[in-house]
Design a protein around this ligand. Structure first.
Ligand code: NAD
Ligand code: DAU
Length: 348
């Protein structure tokens, strides 16, 4: 039986990945290690929580003793490393938290894997989930490829770039079998409402202002989260050791065009007059160091492993809005902090 450690499995992408692996691979033993920060929510995994091949461990990836003890206990053959501080705005107010989890936490996991797999690296895999933000910011043209030089510009992207470098260092120096993927912006169910799309969905429902940074001209390349999880599955099983794969949606939107599309779809879904939601759009002070444009070239993944996104954006966005409208309790809980109080009571 394969024994797989997923870190950050209670977060947005981690929960989709955990669900996919638990349901698709009943012969894998999946251990989800998550600190349950504000971004981690066990409600994201309610449907698989009782599966016999799934175990949840509340803990911090920077806790070396804990990480080592989990390797000893479960004899992991693979690691899918998702846990991170993930929000750029928070990295501007508290960079050190990002260094701690994203850099120190990643190195703690690498070190534990290296020590535990010493002399028996064959068949093992450390898969690091990273971001396109490590490549910096594009102008009007061009795409990020796997060869694009790193040029991180926020504390978040600098911490992720650093973690990518450590993963490669462990590959080259210690022969640790690693893979890295760098993905563009994800969207979909269970996305924490501090990020643009779920924040705007939440605010539209409540007729609150939709804050657009600067002029709204920044461009992001959006991918449905289940397509990201599928790509990770393919790379995990079929990608080449030591390689990097870029994952993206070929789906670029300026923030303002995206928010207008969201307003339009939600006018219809909420039975509001055409244009009513757009009146909520409010231009606010720009994010410091705001990257202008991200766009991924995922040709390598397509040609080598046959992965392509499955959903058109308008369809994915519609599915996402419907999910939030049908899961108002989830949204109310995460915005009221009820779930964090629950964890404090449950885990101390
Ligand atoms: P998220 O913030 O929704 O979830 C992060 C999870 O990690 C949470 O469950 C949190 O509790 C857990 N966590 C945080 N610190 C921890 C620690 N010290 N120890 C253990 N667990 C901890 O993040 P996400 O958006 O799902 O992103 C997951 C990964 O994918 C990150 O590595 C991120 O850099 C990367 N990524 C995200 C996107 C995106 O659009 N969201 C795109 C590309 C790559
Ligand atoms: O590209 C991948 C990255 O995408 C991931 O690595 C990050 O973890 C993830 O958070 C995301 O980063 P962004 O900064 O692109 O996502 P965010 O949703 O915060 O912002 C998307 C765009 O919308 C960005 O240009 C900033 C803008 N924005 C964001 C918020 C929260 C606004 O205009 N208003 C807002 O209120």
């Amino acid at each position: 039986m394969n024994s797989i450690l997923i870190t950050g499995g209670a977060g947005f992408i981690g929960s989709h990945l955990t669900r996919l692996f638990v349901t698709k691979y009943p012969n894998y033993n999946i251990i989800n290690l998550d600190a349950l920060t504000y971004a981690g929510n066990l409600a994201n995994l309610k449907d698989v929580a009782n599966s016999t091949n799934y175990t949840f461990v509340k803990g911090d990836i920077t806790d070396m003793e804990l990480v080592k003890s989990l390797f000893d206990k479960y004899n992991f053959t693979g690691v899918l490393h998702c846990a991170a501080e993930s929000h750029v705005d928070r990295s501007i107010t508290d960079p050190l938290a990002f260094v701690k989890t994203n850099v120190n936490g990643t190195v703690a996991l690498l070190q534990a894997a290296k020590d535990h797999w010493k002399g028996q690296m064959e068949g093992k895999l450390f898969y690091h989930i990273s971001t396109d933000e490590v490549y910096g910011s594009l102008g009007a043209d061009g795409f990020f490829t796997e060869e694009t030089a790193y040029d991180p510009r926020s504390p978040y992207s600098a911490s992720k770039a650093s973690s990518d470098h450590f993963v490669r260092a462990y590959y080259h120096t210690f022969g640790l079998p690693v893979k890295i993927s760098n993905c563009s912006n994800n969207y979909g169910p269970y996305h924490f409402p501090e990020k643009l799309i779920p924040l705007c969905i939440h605010n539209i429902i409540n007729k609150k202002p939709l804050p657009i940074y600067g002029k709204g001209e920044n461009v992001r390349d959006w991918l449905f989260v289940e397509d990201h999880a599928r790509a990770i599955d393919v790379i995990f099983h079929k990608g080449r050791i030591g390689e990097t794969y870029n994952i993206g949606g070929h789906n670029e939107w300026t923030n303002i065009a995206l928010v207008k599309e969201l307003c339009h779809q939600m006018d219809q879904k909420l039975g509001r007059a055409a244009g009513e939601n757009e009146e909520l759009i409010t231009y606010v002070k720009d994010r410091a160091g705001h990257d202008l444009r991200y766009a991924i070239d995922s040709t390598k993944l397509k040609v080598e492993l046959g992965w392509v996104p499955s959903l058109q954006f308008e369809e994915g966005l519609s599915k996402t809005i419907d999910w939030y409208l049908n899961n108002s309790e989830w949204l109310a809980d995460v915005t009221s902090g009820t779930y964090q109080k629950y964890y404090e009571g449950m885990y101390g």
